[in-house]
Design a protein around this ligand. Sequence first.
Ligand SMILES: [Fe+2]
Length: 163
Amino acid sequence: MSRPTEILSNDHRVVLEKLNVLDRTINNIKSQDAKKILGDLKLFIQKEMEIHFTKEEDALFPEIEKFMPREGGPIGVMLMDHEDLYKYEDNLVRGIDLFIKNESNGEAIKLIKENGTNYINLLREHIYKEDNMLFMMADMHLEEDQIKEIMRKFEELDKKQLV
Ligand SMILES: [Fe+2]
């Protein structure tokens, strides 16, 4: 059986690739296929990213909090990162929607560039912290029954996503 941290780290590898695509598109916003690529990225952020963050917030983090308090610890920091990421994401998606309607909309380009860049930088850093610190701690301390409970919630969330 794969471990929850392994599943989430595998997600991270896919996410980092998408961030590279977003990065390239931001630097190449005038290219022919920018609209299509940004539209696809929007869907990825709203579907796959959403489920990934929910797996962390609703399944993994509550079990980690049983041996490590939220305040003053890494979970508190991770949750603050998530909050900031949601804000950047909202503005980025707003920019993408405007851009898809009209690619010469300066406001749309500004929203995409600013929030996309902030999103990329914070999310890369955030993934590094999770992969190299938080998940290592989780692997050291999570008990077998906690891992089962997390996996059960993951399956539930995956099922919900299919509906
Ligand atoms: Fe993550």
